[in-house]
Design a protein. Structure first.
Lengths: 111, 111, 111, 111
């Protein structure tokens, strides 16, 4: 995916715009669009959003846009995204041991 | 990664908090933390952020947090994230043909 | 408020960091912090957040931070924020006439 | 402004959608739109955005949208926004005394 995005940007001479700072702002824009889909929905309705005729395509598209910018951002920064995610998962498991975290929304809100 | 996140939430009885609506807000929080790292940096400095002693770990951690929430969000929504991203890449290629898009920041800002 | 913020930045020689681009990123960071307060709350609980011992101060502080950055951003851009808000209120009233918009969440989600 | 927004929502029977949680998501959407205006601009260009024929109206409109949602959010939460902002300004002055903060981007990035 990272290679496809690099080729995509290079072919259009868009690499000049893809500084990490700019890409973080583009990512913010996409998360804003994702947020707009869900803003007036109840939590229950949000669980069915990907099957809703009016929202399904937008949900998939905005999720994709967020992912594509995260992958592109990691690439221009030189960060191994998979390694970073694995490292964070292990750190989270150590930070929130099952015995203490179980069902505790109070602890959870401290994330 | 999706399976690891599901197990992580289930073991802590946190699935009750993971509605799509809530996860979009959590994603917003992580993008906000990513943005804070880059907010006072110049574009040039942002290109070296992942190698900066003060910022490198935070950059990797926040990128990972964003990715983890995107993967978790797609999972609870029942969206195939890889398929959605491939679909969007093809749609972008059709929307911005190389012949017209080349180097044009004006067109690009219309994304 | 705008004058107080200008003096605050000038005294600390921080005007050099306050480009509109940077301030939009700082605003994003504050909205992320606001979002983190509410992310695991139900809608009902969110209505009582400003009276909750654990959250009241954070709610006030993050709302203030968002407002301060919006005011500062308008100032460095040279935008009259009150005039812009009045203009937008009138535009919204014309876009969503009471007769058509009443109770319609469908229309509303199209905002 | 707060009263005008309450009347606007009441007339359209939209108060049912305006929980603090939902309004934070709507605010996120507007900040995303603001971010999209500036994402590919250099810092220098961003300083002239409010005078740019292509961007001036959008800059004013998105700033207004952000302000309107902050005011509405404070209102439904029962927070006195002016008091909260004054309190935060004083807290910031104490946290970043001129003698220590002057020109220090390092300290500043720790905000």
């Amino acid at each position: 995916m990272s290679e496809a995005l690099t080729a995509f940007a290079r072919e259009r001479d868009w690499e000049q715009f893809h500084s990490p700072k700019n890409l973080v702002m583009a990512l913010t824009g996409e998360v804003g669009e994702l947020s707009e889909i869900f803003q007036w929905m109840s939590e229950e309705d949000s669980k069915r959003a990907a099957g809703h005729p009016q929202h399904a395509q937008a949900v998939r598209d905005e999720l994709a846009d967020v992912l594509l910018y995260v992958v592109r951002l990691a690439d221009v920064l030189g960060v191994d995204l998979n390694a970073a995610a694995e490292h964070k998962l292990k750190a989270n498991a150590a930070k929130y041991p099952v015995s203490k975290a179980r069902g505790s929304s109070k602890k959870y809100t401290e994330i």
